[in-house]
Design a protein around this ligand. Structure first.
Ligand SMILES: *[C@@H]1O[C@H](CO)[C@@H](O)[C@H](O)[C@H]1NC(C)=O
Ligand SMILES: *[C@@H]1O[C@H](CO)[C@@H](O)[C@H](O)[C@H]1NC(C)=O
Ligand SMILES: *[C@@H]1O[C@H](CO)[C@@H](O)[C@H](O)[C@H]1NC(C)=O
Ligand SMILES: *[C@@H]1O[C@H](CO)[C@@H](O)[C@H](O)[C@H]1NC(C)=O
Ligand SMILES: *[C@@H]1O[C@H](CO)[C@@H](O)[C@H](O)[C@H]1NC(C)=O
Ligand SMILES: *[C@@H]1O[C@H](CO)[C@@H](O)[C@H](O)[C@H]1NC(C)=O
Ligand SMILES: *[C@@H]1O[C@H](CO)[C@@H](O)[C@H](O)[C@H]1NC(C)=O
Length: 339
């Protein structure tokens, strides 16, 4: 019921104005109304002015959004408060659309009646929208060897170009140049931050990150055989890389050592385990096994405590950086346990 008067008015308006709704091409070449109007490009949130040149012979004027009348003369038909009349003079009939949004994008028609003839001219309002990432995959944890699918859905106008980069250390390597990134048989080197960037020329790219954690079983990266004299303090350590961090156990032959018993202490921190003998005796010398395990597996290595000066000797594998870090922590720990 409520719609009927509107429809009637609309139909009447069209008839009064001899309006030809959208779908009819711009008529260029008509005297006094010949120039094809330029398209209007405006950023989302800004205002657009749609100008229509008229002359003294013009008797009626109107602006339409697609086939909907916005204004006829000074009468506003649109209920949208963002649409305002800015000029209705002998030479110009212009409206303004404030706070433009993406839905305003499209073709607008200026319709004029001259000498009982209707003429229309069309202008395209092109709305520019900064890139925005609408939806991006969450941080994910997977086991080594599985497949990871990441997606990054972005909007913007013009359509943003989306890229994925893997951030590892200082290198940012592009790994996909669309919204989707599939990593098959992921390795531990492929863990870390992935950055999605959505870019168009309207403004700065929108950038978001996803963290990919790759679980892998421990491998023992470092051990050292150590000398200690009877009555002195002795220490053995074992370092294992693993995600999640490994849990450590120490064995002598088949006997598992327990923290705090038999004059030994076991301390674990991140990827390192330290076995300390407070007061080394002859029976302590020998071959120890460090076992590192997490839910994905385990690995072991043997470490020897031998009779000799309390210096650190030998290394079973040379991961220098890890070793330096280890030594630092080791010496801090050592100085703490002196007291
Ligand atoms: C105006 O924009 C439309 C649609 O994007 C395009 O087809 C037309 O060529 C443009 N006209 C001018 C004069 O730039
Ligand atoms: C133009 O028409 C479209 C589609 O009906 C609508 O979403 C938009 O809000 C209109 N814009 C103006 C300024 O009338
Ligand atoms: C994001 O995408 C996921 C998967 O396609 C979907 O389940 C989720 O509802 C989306 N979230 C939003 C806010 O669109
Ligand atoms: C170390 O052990 C020996 C033999 O058990 C004992 O005589 C000595 O006092 C201990 N030294 C320390 C510092 O506890
Ligand atoms: C220590 O023990 C392991 C296994 O228990 C063995 O493979 C290794 O050869 C031993 N090392 C020494 C120096 O005896
Ligand atoms: C150490 O690893 C070997 C295989 O590499 C395994 O046979 C052995 O049982 C392990 N030892 C311990 C104490 O876990
Ligand atoms: C490391 O220790 C092994 C025995 O465990 C020995 O054969 C080798 O010479 C040592 N290497 C160095 C550099 O001291």
């Amino acid at each position: 019921m409520g719609i009927a008067p509107w429809r009637w008015l609309f139909a009447l308006g069209l008839r009064l104005l001899f309006l030809v709704p959208a779908g009819v091409p711009v008529r260029s070449g008509d005297a006094g109304f010949s120039k094809a109007m330029d398209n209007v490009t405006v950023r989302q949130g800004h205002s657009a002015i749609l100008r229509c040149a008229v002359d003294s012979r013009v008797t009626r004027v109107a602006w339409l959004n697609r086939s909907t009348i916005l204004y006829t003369g000074n009468d506003k038909w649109s209920i949208d408060p963002r649409v305002v009349l800015v000029a209705n003079t002998k030479s110009q009939y212009s409206i303004e659309i404030q706070n433009v949004n993406i839905y305003d994008d499209g073709s607008y028609t200026c319709s004029v009646q001259t000498d009982n003839q209707a003429k229309t001219s069309r202008v395209h309002l092109i709305v520019l929208v900064p890139p925005k990432i609408l939806n991006i995959s969450s941080d994910v944890t997977v086991n080594e060897g599985s497949t990871v699918d990441l997606q990054c859905l972005a909007i913007g106008r013009p359509e943003p170009t989306v890229t994925w980069k893997h951030l590892s250390g200082k290198t940012h390597r592009v790994v996909s140049d669309d919204e989707y990134l599939e990593i098959t048989r992921i390795s531990k080197e492929q863990s870390g931050e992935y950055e999605c960037s959505a870019a168009n020329d309207v403004s700065m790219p929108d950038v978001r990150r996803v963290k990919v954690t790759v679980n892998y079983p421990p491998y023992i990266s470092d051990t050292r055989n150590t000398g200690a004299s009877v009555g002195q303090k002795g220490t053995l350590f074992c370092s294992a890389l693993a995600v999640p961090f490994a849990e450590f156990q120490w064995y002598k032959e088949d006997t598992r050592l327990a923290n705090g018993l038999d004059g030994v202490r076991i301390e674990n921190k991140d990827h390192i385990s330290v076995l300390t003998f407070f007061n080394v005796s002859e029976k302590d010398y020998g071959n120890y096994t460090c076992v590192a395990s997490n839910k994905l597996g385990n690995s072991n290595a043997s470490v020897i405590l031998y009779a000799g000066p309390g210096a650190v000797h030998n290394r079973s594998s040379s991961a220098s950086a890890a070793l330096t870090a280890t030594c630092l922590w080791f010496s801090i720990l050592y100085s703490l346990t002196k007291f």
